[in-house]
Design a protein. Sequence first.
Length: 107
Amino acid sequence: MGVTKTEAYTAEQLQLATLSKALGHPARIAILQHLLQLDCCICQDLTEVIDLSQPTLSRHLKVLREAGLISGSADGNSMSYCISPARWREVQNLIHSFFARFEGDCC
């Protein structure tokens, strides 16, 4: 497999690709949907809602944290995760501007 030449792409293209990868798994969508319904959520609570093992869930949470979509804080032996509001709005604007570029009928 070839190496991606990131310098050939704009910052917006790279950012959209990173977000698409983070959103590209149904478990991560389910995690985000669950967190959107709550203010915060402890990781063990997520294993009861999303049928994944704790290590698998932790890997998905890591991807979402790295994309900046969620933030986490330690609470004793547990981690609490929340939607990152500023990043969430930034992502909404980025995706909206991407889809808003289509103005007409195609083929």
